[in-house]
Write a protein that binds this ligand. Structure first.
Ligand code: Z5A
Length: 222
């Protein structure tokens, strides 16, 4: 999804990220979030990682491509942060600077989960690159959509040909989920665990509650 404007805003800009393993339901969550912001006339840029810029989308294509099944974890992490540096410079920082909210489908928590955990690079390396590329910038709020790996994989089973990540073994996603959950425990104010195994309505209710303090305006969330 490229970034798109929703409406105009007077609030301090917020940086919100959405995370989850495969099949967690990020798409439906992003649609609901767009409605919540629109209702409040909050202008928001919707974007994604890897991607969000022309360079980033090209890097994404490399990352998902089966021809590169031999890509080592370090190369993967460096490509992701190269795309992220461009994304921050071209899209995220400029939007926040003019008061636009930014909603990003995955960000650095995904690198901790997939490269740090899934590829077993560890958190220290990811942290080094995070400081290099982002400086002090971190999301204001992260919604982690949590589903057991078996539920996520079942939901995406009917998709077409799996990409390079979707072809990973179940243990890879289990490691990624473990890291996500650890990060929710370590930073409960920023990173909110949403139980995404229930109905869409139940998930949306939790999302509204997890953002209520950022809106703090009493507008109905339904
Ligand atoms: N990656 C990485 O390794 N390191 C990084 O730093 C970053 C990314 C940033 C592409 O990401 C890959 O990049 C990703 C990790 C890696 N690969 N993996 N895994 P992506 O975000 O573009 O790819 P994705 O994980 O495949 O996301 P997605 O398909 O856009 O979203 P999703 O959450 O997996 O799926 P969905 O389409 O929203 O939902 C899946 C299905 O479930 C769908 O049929 C829905 O209708 C259904 N659904 C949704 N909610 C429900 C509920 N509540 N009940 C029942 N069914 C539901």
């Amino acid at each position: 999804m490229s970034h798109r404007a929703v409406a105009s805003s007077i609030r301090a800009a917020r940086f919100i990220t959405i995370e989850g393993i495969e099949g967690a339901g990020k798409t439906s969550c992003l649609d609901y979030l767009a409605k919540l912001l629109q209702k409040r006339a909050i202008e928001a840029a919707f974007t994604r990682e890897p991607g969000g810029t022309s360079l980033g989308e090209s890097v994404r294509a490399l990352l998902l491509d089966h021809r590169f099944r031999g890509m080592v974890g370090d190369a993967e992490a460096l490509l992701i942060f190269a795309a992220r540096a461009q994304h921050l410079a071209e899209v995220i920082r400029p939007a926040l600077a003019v008061g636009q909210w930014v909603v990003c489908d995955r960000f650095t928590d995904a690198t901790y989960a997939y490269q740090g955990g899934g590829r077993a690079l560890g958190a220290a390396r990811v942290s080094l690159l995070e400081h290099w590329a982002q400086g002090e910038l971190r999301p204001d709020r992260t919604l982690y959509l949590d589903v057991p790996v078996s539920v996520g994989l079942e939901r995406i089973a009917s998709r077409g040909i799996p990409d390079r990540f979707e072809s990973e073994r179940r243990a890879f996603f289990e490691r990624a989920r473990c890291v996500y959950l650890e990060r929710c425990r370590a930073e409960p104010q920023r990173m909110r665990r949403i139980d995404a195994s229930g109905s869409r309505e139940a998930v949306h209710t939790q999302i509204a509650a997890a953002l209520a303090d950022l809106f703090n305006d009493g507008v109905e969330t339904g």
